[in-house]
Design a protein. Structure first.
Length: 46
């Protein structure tokens, strides 16, 4: 059994790409959430 199979050579870059896009989306969402949280009033009154 070879240490690197063609399947792993295909899956590994795909997994890295998916995780990169996921972390990018999470970072932008977190930045948006933090900016909204900071600009929103701390004590909202009805």
């Amino acid at each position: 059994m070879p240490p690197t199979t063609p399947l792993s050579q295909v899956i590994t870059p795909w997994v890295h790409k998916v995780f990169a896009s996921l972390s990018k989306t999470i970072r932008s969402n977190l930045a948006l959430f933090l900016s909204t949280l900071l600009t929103a009033p701390l004590d909202p009154t009805p």
